[in-house]
Design a protein around this ligand. Structure first.
Ligand code: SAM
Length: 496
C-alpha cells in the first residue's frame, strides 16, 4: 500500500493536479482512494521508482509499501527559501525578478509530470512566450532540455540570469560583488553623466545622485562577464522604486516625489546578499542534475525551430495584454537592451498590445469586417458583437479600438498556432495557461472567454482541442487588473 499525504491549503485545481499525477504514476491502472481530505492510498503491486515519486508536486510525504518515508524534492526546494506561507514560488533563482504575469513554478512542475509521464530524459520543452523563463528554469531543475522565445529583451535577460545563477561559483560571486560595490561607493561622485539619448532619458526619470550611483555600478559590473547579467537583473528589479515612475502603476505615470527610502547602494547590497544566500541554501538541498537551457530574442510567430519539441508549456499574453515593455522601459534603457526611441515600437510588437494609430486601426477594422484572417465562427461573431455594441458618441478612442485590437490578437494567435505546429512532434501537447477578460462597450460588460476561443482558433488550423480545465483561483503574478477575471484556464491541445 502506498500512502500519499497532500500538503495543506491547496486550491481545488491543485488537488485535481495532485490526483492526476498519481494516476499517471500508476499508469491509470489503480484506484486512487481518498481516505481523508488530504490523504490518498493506492493498493498496488507496481514498484514505482523512487526517482519518480521524488518529482511529485503537491504531496508533502509518501509512505512506501515497506514503510519507508519519502519527501518529494520540491518540498525541500521550497523550504530552502525559509518562507512560511502556503508555499514558496521563489526557490532557486525563480525569485530573482518580480516579472509581472510570471508563472507559478509548481504549475509548470506538475504539468511536466502529467503530460510527460514523469519522463525527463531525452525530452525537449518549448515556451514560445517564455517571459522571465519560469518554464525554462523549472525544466532545467528537472534536468530537461528547454528552449524559449520572447519579444521583450528584458525577459530574455532575466531568463538568462536565472540560468547563469544556477551554474556560477557563489563564493566568487560574493567576492566580485564586494569589490564592485566598494569601488562604486568610492567613485560615484566623480562620474560625469553624458548627453546621449540614453543618458538624457535616464536623467529625466532618476534623481541625479541615484543615476550617478547606478551608472558607476554598471561600469564595474560590466567588467564581470560571469555575473554581469545576474547583477543587472537584481538591480533592474528595484529600479522603478528609486525613479519618478510610479512603481504601483504598470503603465508610465510620473510621480512628483520619491518617498524616503534606504540608500540605493544599501538596498542593492541587501538584495544581492539575500539572493546569494538563497542560492547557497538551495544548492545545499538540490540533488538533481541541472541542465542549463537557453532562450533567444525572437517573435514566436516567425521563429522556426531546427528541432522538434515534445511539448510546449506557456502562458501567452491576454487579449488585452499587460504592458510588459512600458513596465520595464527604465530597465530596458538602463541595461542598454533598447533605446528610448525604440520603446514604442517594441511595445507595439507585443501580441495584445494596445499601441495603435488611427490609421492602423482603420486598416484593421476594414480587415476585420471582411474577416480576412478567416477566424472561426465564435471568435469572429464575438468581435462583431463587440463592434456593434459600441456607443459611437460616448465610447472613447480606447473603447472604440477594442474590437479591431481583439481581431488583431486572435489573428496573431492563429499565426502562432500555425507556426507552432511545425515545432512540435506529432502526438505532442501544447498547454496554455490563460485567463478570461472583461471589457465594457456601449455600457455592456462582456466576458471574453479567451481560453475557449483560443482552443477554437487552434482547432481551425489543425490542432486537436482537448479542452479547457478551469484553474479556479489561479491568479497571474502581480496582476490586479480590473479587466482580468480571477481565474485562468488550462487550454490543452494535441498535435495530430
Ligand atoms: C504572461 S507573460 C509570460 C510569463 C512567463 N510564463 C513567466 O513565467 O515569466 C507573456 C509574455 O509574452 C511575451 N510576448 C508578447 N507578445 C509576444 C510575441 N509576439 N512573441 C513573443 N513573445 C511575446 C511578453 O513579452 C511576455 O513576456
Amino acid at each position: 500500500m502506498y500512502k500519499f499525504r497532500l500538503r495543506p491549503r491547496l486550491f481545488e485545481y491543485e488537488k485535481k493536479f495532485a490526483k492526476s499525477e498519481l494516476k499517471i504514476l500508476f499508469g491509470n491502472k489503480e484506484e486512487i482512494i481518498s481516505v481523508q481530505n488530504n490523504y490518498f492510498e493506492v493498493d498496488s503491486e507496481y514498484c514505482i521508482p523512487k526517482k519518480m515519486l521524488q518529482k511529485l508536486t503537491y504531496f508533502k510525504e509518501v509512505v512506501l509499501p515497506n514503510g519507508e518515508r519519502l519527501i518529494p524534492d520540491i518540498i525541500s526546494w521550497e523550504l530552502s527559501t525559509y518562507n512560511n506561507k502556503r508555499y514558496s514560488t521563489r526557490y532557486s533563482s525563480h525569485g530573482i525578478h518580480e516579472y509581472k504575469g510570471k508563472f507559478n513554478p509548481q504549475t509548470v512542475h506538475s504539468l511536466i509530470n502529467q503530460f510527460l509521464n514523469f519522463e525527463t530524459e531525452d525530452v525537449k520543452i518549448y515556451d514560445p512566450y517564455a517571459g522571465s523563463g519560469t518554464t525554462l528554469l523549472e525544466a532545467s531543475l528537472l534536468g530537461i532540455d528547454a528552449f524559449g522565445t520572447d519579444v521583450n529583451p528584458m525577459a530574455v535577460l532575466i531568463s538568462k540570469a536565472k540560468q547563469d545563477s544556477m551554474v556560477c561559483d557563489l563564493d566568487k560571486f560574493n567576492d566580485v560583488w564586494d569589490t564592485c560595490i566598494a569601488k562604486a561607493n568610492k567613485e560615484w561622485k566623480q562620474i560625469e553623466l553624458g548627453v546621449s539619448e540614453r543618458e538624457v532619458y535616464l536623467q529625466k526619470w532618476f534623481p541625479i545622485d541615484t543615476l550617478k550611483k547606478i551608472e558607476t555600478l554598471k561600469l564595474q559590473i560590466e567588467k564581470e562577464e560571469e555575473f554581469r547579467d545576474i547583477l543587472m537583473v537584481v538591480i533592474s528589479n528595484i529600479l522603478r522604486e528609486y525613479s519618478y515612475q510610479e512603481p504601483g502603476d504598470l503603465r508610465i505615470r510620473r510621480r512628483k516625489e520619491i518617498p524616503d527610502q534606504i540608500d540605493i547602494f544599501d538596498r542593492i547590497s541587501e538584495d544581492v546578499n539575500k539572493y546569494i544566500e538563497r542560492l547557497k541554501r538551495f544548492k545545499n538541498v538540490y540533488k538533481g542534475k541541472f541542465k542549463k537551457n537557453s532562450q533567444i530574442y525572437f517573435s514566436n510567430i516567425e521563429y522556426k525551430s531546427q528541432q522538434k519539441f515534445d511539448i510546449a508549456i506557456t502562458s501567452p499574453p491576454y487579449a488585452t495584454a499587460l504592458p510588459y515593455i512600458d513596465t520595464q522601459r527604465l530597465s530596458i534603457v538602463w541595461t542598454k537592451r533598447g533605446k528610448p526611441s525604440e520603446i514604442k515600437e517594441l511595445d507595439a510588437s507585443l501580441t495584445g498590445s494596445r499601441e495603435a494609430t488611427k490609421l492602423k486601426l482603420d486598416k484593421l477594422r476594414a480587415e476585420m469586417i471582411e474577416n480576412q484572417a478567416n477566424l472561426p465562427k465564435k471568435t469572429i461573431s464575438l468581435i462583431s458583437n463587440l463592434e456593434s455594441s459600441l456607443d459611437l458618441k460616448n465610447d472613447g478612442f480606447r473603447r472604440k479600438a477594442t474590437p479591431p485590437l481583439m481581431y488583431q490578437y486572435f489573428k496573431e494567435m492563429k499565426k502562432m498556432f500555425q507556426n507552432l505546429k511545425t515545432n512540435i512532434k506529432d502526438g505532442g501537447y501544447y498547454l496554455l495557461v490563460v485567463g478570461k477578460n472583461k471589457t465594457t462597450l456601449g455600457g455592456i460588460e462582456f466576458v471574453i472567454d479567451t481560453p475557449g476561443l483560443l482552443g477554437e482558433v487552434a482547432e481551425s488550423v489543425g490542432w486537436q482541442f482537448i479542452g479547457v480545465e478551469e484553474l479556479q483561483t489561479y491568479k497571474r503574478y502581480g496582476i490586479n487588473s480590473k479587466n482580468a477575471v480571477n481565474a485562468e484556464g488550462l487550454v490543452v491541445l494535441k498535435k495530430i
